[in-house]
Write a protein of this length. Structure first.
Length: 427
């Protein structure tokens, strides 16, 4: 983990630190394009072949049986199931509170406009299970989909060596009531959801994180008119920590390490006006990392991570807003006072007792968040992500009559004569 002094950086060096170490590449899209096209054309046969090639598993059927799903409960144990229930309760409470009421307004006498919410009918949830299974992602995607009222919810997750989906992922799906589960992963799973196959239904929108090939497949199918919509293009996970001289160096180091263990491409950034804290954290991180089983992944991630000494907390906020982190930790005294100055972040963790872990699992907020600086224009996943709105307008004759001069003038200015006639004929 490198150490920088912001006041000693050139503008070019500072800009390089704002860039993510791995960019979404057009080469990734080209590498999965043929997979998507092949699945689109050949359906199940292509999915079987790619699963055999990439996962070394020959699948006879994709959809999991009820027996396989029930088996998961006996494997994961009572303690994990109890933890799932608590996490699900909190996530459900937070997302239930996001329900939108119908907006209705009379813009002029006799002209009433309103907006009503409708669920996206069919959604696909992708849950990775590479180096670590992600049952928490099942809760984060599945609960808002169920609350939104989506009519069909389809879950795909990569098969393990035995051809079955990870039991922790299955247990989470069972807890919240997702029943349609398929044991396929990778770009072929995204393509199957987007285009539909003989066994897997086509969906309207696809949600969920994944590696660069999954992300590239999501991008490709989102620009294909025959494909599907997507939630967002998720890059490697990241955390930015703003800490002052009162922060515990070991806690800050552990926050960096906990982010680094996600993936070798993950990034942890520390901003602090305290050089003493920055040096202590940089010293502690490699030593503490040795005690964790995923230390090789952590070490590779930390090579892309850095600490930077800023002139002040205010300067740290400026850099953070430019960086637009997925996760932002405010480990400072009176952290609440900084909240109003945060403009760009996926999810913010306030104070010394709020690690990213709580948002990853069970505080109630969603952990599917914008990465790679996309927090400048994207929000994290919410109930609204699984919904759309339809606008309505109802007019009386008097209402149309009062608006007619405006309509006829604007139609004439745009040279659309039939638009004007559609109004005048009614009157």
């Amino acid at each position: 983990m490198k150490l920088f002094i912001e006041n000693e950086l050139s503008n070019e060096e500072r800009c390089s630190l704002l860039r993510r170490p791995i960019d979404f590449s057009i080469d990734n899209i080209e590498s999965v394009r043929q997979i998507c096209v092949d699945v689109k054309q050949r359906g199940d046969r292509a999915v079987v072949e790619y699963t055999l090639r990439f996962d070394q598993i020959l699948l006879e059927t994709f959809r999991l049986s009820s027996e396989q799903k029930e088996e998961a409960f006996s494997i994961v144990g009572k303690t994990f199931l109890e933890a799932l229930q608590i996490a699900a309760t909190n996530i459900r409470a937070f997302h239930e509170a996001q329900q939108r009421s119908t907006l209705r307004i009379e813009t002029m006498p006799g002209i009433t406009c309103w907006r009503e919410v409708r669920p996206i009918e069919t959604v696909g949830l992708y849950v990775p299970a590479g180096s670590a299974p992600l049952p928490s992602t099942v809760l984060m995607l599945g609960i808002p989909a169920l609350l939104a009222g989506c009519q069909r919810i389809v879950l795909c997750s990569p098969p393990r060596a035995n051809g079955k989906v990870d039991p922790y992922v299955l247990a989470a799906a069972n807890i919240i009531g997702i029943n349609e589960i398929y044991s396929i992963g990778g770009a072929q799973a995204i393509a199957a959801l987007a285009y539909g196959t003989e066994s897997i239904p086509k969906v309207d929108k696809i949600f969920g994180p994944g590696n660069r090939y999954v992300t590239a497949a999501k991008f490709y199918i989102s620009i294909d008119p025959d494909g599907a919509s997507i939630d967002m293009l998720a890059g490697p996970s990241e955390v930015l920590i703003i800490a002052d001289e009162h922060a515990d160096p070991e806690i800050v180091a552990l926050d960096c390490i906990s982010q680094a263990e996600h993936d070798a491409d993950a990034q942890a950034v520390l901003l602090t006006p305290s050089r003493t804290l920055a040096e202590a954290v940089v010293h502690l991180v490699p030593e503490l990392a040795k005690q964790f089983s995923r230390n090789e992944i952590i070490e590779r991630s930390l090579q892309k991570s850095f600490a930077m000494v800023t002139a002040s907390l205010e300067q740290a906020i400026v850099f953070s807003n430019e960086y637009a982190p997925e996760h932002l930790i405010l480990n400072v005294r009176n952290a609440e006072s900084l909240v109003s100055s945060i403009r760009n972040a996926g999810s913010v963790f306030i104070g010394p007792f709020a690690p990213v872990t709580v948002g990853d699992y069970a505080s109630g907020t969603n952990h599917t968040l914008p990465t790679s600086g996309m927090a400048r224009w994207f929000s994290g996943l919410s109930l609204e992500s699984f919904q759309k709105t339809i606008t309505f307008q109802s007019l009386t004759k008097d209402g149309l009559h009062s608006l007619a001069p405006t309509l006829l003038t604007m139609a004439s200015a745009e040279g659309l004569e039939a638009h004007g006639k559609a109004v005048s004929r009614r009157l």
